[in-house]
Design a protein around this ligand. Structure first.
Ligand SMILES: [Zn+2]
Length: 326
């Protein structure tokens, strides 16, 4: 019995020991497990942190890249804009040059064009022809024209350039003494200068007038002024206003022989242009030139005078009466 009891106790003791051992082992496992878990967790956290860091770095890298790309894009856009601007500037420059050239060409052509829109100088039915010669006097052409006018007993008006009058004062005297009218056509005939400002124009007109007074006497007054290139167009308006205020009469033309359209134009063509541009007009102011290069102008003149005579025109010079009629 006793043995039985002892062995039962021993068994229970062994069971207890086993239980305790198991408990210790369990606790140990739990501890190890926890520490491993912690380590794993921390590792994972570290990993996550690193991952996050990496991602941040990547993000920063990406941002930098994008900014750089933007900068490059902006720069290239700026470059393009700059180029475009430069091109536009160049274009504008070219355009301006073209416009300037056009204006110059137009100004030169103005003398060549018949001024159809010009109103008739007077409204009565009497036919009057005013022959006018610009840009002289010249050594060869002017005397030929004066000879023809003398032979036909016709009076004309010479719009002379002051600097040429200075060089050919004898021709000015001959024009004047033959009963022709002398008009002022500026001293220099330099478009750039005279149309550079109102003062330039006035001083160039004065200079021409003083040259003529020097040749013909202080009492001389030019019959009228003629704008180089004519007074047509809005651009000339300020100049016209000043001349009106100063009492300086000016006259354009409403017919021409076309001798400004080139050198040595065949005389038949000059006559033809004159016939064309005078059609249906009772009062005609005809633009011609006695400049050195206009040799065919003198050749065409006898035929032109005959045409007007046959058409019943009376020849007159530009004078105050004529100016008032315009
Ligand atoms: Zn002229």
């Amino acid at each position: 019995m006793r043995r039985k009891k002892n062995s039962k106790r021993k068994l229970e003791l062994t069971k207890m020991k086993l239980f305790l051992l198991c408990l210790i082992v369990f606790i140990m496992f739990v501890g190890i497990g926890r520490s491993i878990g912690e380590k794993l967790t921390s590792k994972a956290t570290n990993g996550e942190e690193k991952l996050a860091e990496n991602e941040e770095k990547l993000e920063l890298e990406r941002k930098r890249k994008t900014e750089k790309e933007k900068e490059i894009k902006n720069n290239s856009e700026k470059e393009i804009k700059k180029e475009k601007h430069n091109e536009e500037k160049e274009e504008t420059k070219k355009d301006t040059e073209v416009v300037e050239k056009d204006v110059q060409a137009k100004e030169i052509k103005e003398e060549e064009k018949p001024i159809d829109q010009e109103k008739e100088p007077s409204n009565d039915n009497k036919k009057v022809a005013y022959l006018t010669f610009d840009d002289g006097p010249s050594v060869v052409v002017t005397p030929q024209i004066l000879d023809i006018l003398d032979n036909c007993n016709v009076k004309a008006t010479f719009f002379v350039i002051g600097s040429l009058a200075e060089q050919n004062s004898d021709l000015i005297k001959r024009e004047y003494n033959s009963g022709h009218a002398i008009g002022n056509h500026t001293y220099s005939h330099n478009y750039k200068y005279i149309y550079g400002s109102v003062n330039n124009l006035l001083s160039d007109i004065d200079k021409c007038e003083n040259v003529l007074k020097g040749i013909l006497g202080d009492d001389f007054h030019s019959a009228a002024f003629r704008f180089p290139g004519g007074s047509f167009g809005q651009k000339k308006q300020p100049f016209k206003d000043v001349l009106k205020n100063k009492g300086i009469g000016y006259v354009d033309w409403n017919a021409l022989n076309g001798d400004a359209e080139g050198h040595n134009i065949p005389k038949d063509r000059l006559v033809q242009r004159l016939v064309q541009t005078t059609q249906g007009k009772n009062k005609v102011v005809i633009l011609m030139h006695d400049a050195g290069a206009k040799k065919t102008t003198a050749q065409a003149l006898p035929e032109i005078i005959n045409y007007f005579k046959n058409q019943g025109y009376e020849f007159k010079t530009i004078d105050q009466e004529a100016l008032n009629g315009f």
